[in-house]
Design a protein around this ligand. Structure first.
Ligand code: ATP
Length: 383
């Protein structure tokens, strides 16, 4: 096992494209770290640099105590699992799993022992004599995992390993990979563009955008305290509702809606006082909007009245899309959003909520859970 330290790493491709900017990340021994971000943000580039498949332009990469910038991939003692599994179609599952050991000239008996152990762990015993074409997608994925496991590497590097599976299998394999990783205690970097996968699997999650690290933290901290508008909008499903607003003497003018903020909101964020009479970005998670007609008590000044656009019933809750008369904040480029004056909001309401399309709805806002961001640099407002 080993820690992985990415220290001020940059990647500039030969065509001068600057894909990774000054990336620093410490992955602890035995930790499961997820790299997440939208397509093209540089996740695979970062992982491939750790694997040694892509040259590092500047900065240092350490695996354990060793700087490995110039170490060949084979000598880095890591095992990669790719999206396409890269199985050999003509070989049996047994030979696929043991192939790397055979190449490394591990004695036959030892190969058989390790393959057997991995197959047992991954519930592949019955499949050992089959060819990949005879397996289901989930079984093929497990064979790919088996190939990584038998090598007993210091680290696993996984690049979207579940993206070829259907939704149900993906959920199942998510749990299996997490369990296996915990059982083996192997340091793991896992790349995905799926924030739900990131949140459910990672001990910590690193969010990348445009080749720049935005935040690295536990899933819960990312959700509760996103450092900027981008992380706030990227983490969470349905996404956080984000609008421009103005603070006035303890009240938040949110388009045509006015919300009274309790003192506790300012006590937790001393810096918010400095934003009086200024525009800010405010965020409301969908679960912090409730059907006021179902609430036992509603504090005055914390409700908005609106019209329902459409609803999606999920059985245990109903997702309600309604009009929000406020200017939406653009997580990518706030200045680009200056022409929109009306927008939608999403609420996760109790399934007892009886509202339907075009109904007027009375919504209670959990104002103590609002998020606030600087409108210029888009960073969260706290201290
Ligand atoms: P995805 O989720 O779509 O796989 P990603 O976050 O993994 O995306 P990368 O594959 O790391 O993104 O690519 C990051 C950026 O670097 C992209 O803009 C891509 O076009 C660019 N890029 C990748 N490989 C090269 C290359 N060999 N030469 C030049 N640019 C490249």
């Amino acid at each position: 096992m080993a820690s992985i330290a990415i220290d001020r790493v940059d990647k500039i491709y030969p065509n001068d494209f600057h894909a990774i900017h000054d990336l620093s990340l410490d992955v602890e021994d035995g930790e499961f770290l997820v790299l997440v971000g939208p397509s093209g943000c540089g996740k695979s580039t970062a992982l491939r640099m750790v694997a040694g498949l892509e040259e590092i332009t500047s900065g240092a990469l350490r695996i354990g105590d060793r700087v490995v910038n110039d170490v060949e991939p084979k000598q880095r003692d890591i095992a990669m699992v790719f999206q396409n599994y890269a199985l050999y179609p003509q070989m049996t599952v047994r030979d696929n799993i043991g192939f790397a050991l055979k190449i490394a000239k591990v004695p036959k008996k030892e190969i058989a022992r390790r393959v057997d152990e991995a197959a047992r762990m991954l519930e592949l015993i019955e499949q050992l004599d089959k060819k990949p074409a005879q397996l289901s997608g989930g079984q093929r994925q497990r064979v790919a995992m088996g190939r990584a496991v038998v090598r007993q590497p210091s680290a696993f590097l996984m690049d979207e390993p579940l993206s070829n599976l259907d939704a149900k299998l993906r959920v199942q394999m998510r749990a299996e990979i997490s369990r296996l990783q915990r059982q083996l205690g192997v340091t793991t970097i896992y790349v995905t563009h799926d924030q739900v996968e990131a949140m459910t699997m990672g001990d910590r999650v690193a969010v990348l955008k445009d080749g720049r690290l935005q935040q690295v933290d536990t899933p819960q901290n990312l959700y509760d305290r996103p450092v900027n508008v981008f992380v706030a909008s990227f983490i969470g499903s349905p996404a956080m509702n984000l609008y421009e607003a103005v603070l006035h003497d303890g009240r938040l003018q949110l388009g045509s809606h006015k919300l009274a903020l309790p003192r506790s909101v300012f006590e937790r964020r001393p810096a918010l006082r400095r934003y009086d009479s200024r525009s800010i970005v405010t965020g409301i998670r969908p679960e912090h909007l409730q059907d006021a007609s179902l609430a036992p008590t509603v504090t005055s000044g914390t409700t908005i009245t609106s019209r329902v656009e459409f609803t999606e019933s999920l059985g245990h809750e109903v997702i309600v899309h309604f009009m929000m008369d406020a200017k939406p904040a653009d997580p990518g480029n706030l200045e680009g959003a200056d022409v929109v004056t009306s927008s939608s909001a999403v609420a996760r309401l109790d399934s007892r909520s009886a509202c339907g399309a075009s109904d007027e709805i009375y919504i209670a806002v959990a104002v103590e859970h609002l998020h606030f961001f600087d409108i210029d640099d888009q960073t969260a407002i706290w201290d």
